[in-house]
Write a protein that binds this ligand. Structure first.
Ligand code: FES
Length: 138
């Protein structure tokens, strides 16, 4: 009986020692869906981009990706947080620009200011394709 109790407690102890490893593996698997092996942030697929005209991701950092209007083979990625007072800008495909819903600032697809009150460009990211995935270097 003592041996059986010891083995039971030893089994529980062994199982509990594995909880952090299992939890870590679970977190890595969850993050693996959003990052590539090279550590780039996945934002979506090229098919989604072509269907919607833009891609948007809210976390870990806000990211917006569009095709470069001047060279549709290349991608442009920005942080869509308005540099005026922090509202999230919206992509307006018909204008090929980002418009801030709060005070009307306008930015080009590359994040450059086209209309005040913002005076500073949106933060830019490097965007590229990895297979069918649109990825961004944060
Ligand atoms: S917060 Fe965007 S224009 Fe003011």
């Amino acid at each position: 009986m003592r041996r059986r109790a010891f083995l039971s407690w030893a089994s529980i102890g062994w199982a509990m020692s594995r909880v952090p490893a299992v939890f870590t593996a679970f977190l890595a698997a969850c993050q693996g869906e959003k990052t590539t092996a090279s550590g780039l942030q996945k934002v979506g697929t090229i098919a989604d981009l072509d269907q919607k005209g833009f891609l948007k991701l809210d976390s870990p950092s806000p990211i917006a990706v569009v095709r470069n209007p001047a060279d549709p083979k290349s991608l442009l990625a920005v942080n869509p947080t308005c540099t005026h007072q922090g509202c999230l800008v919206e992509w307006k495909a018909e204008r090929k620009s980002y418009v801030c819903p709060c005070h009307g600032a306008v930015y080009g697809a590359d994040g450059s200011v086209q209309k005040e009150p913002a005076t500073k460009s949106l933060a830019k990211y490097e965007a590229s394709l990895e297979g069918q995935d649109v990825v961004v270097k944060l």
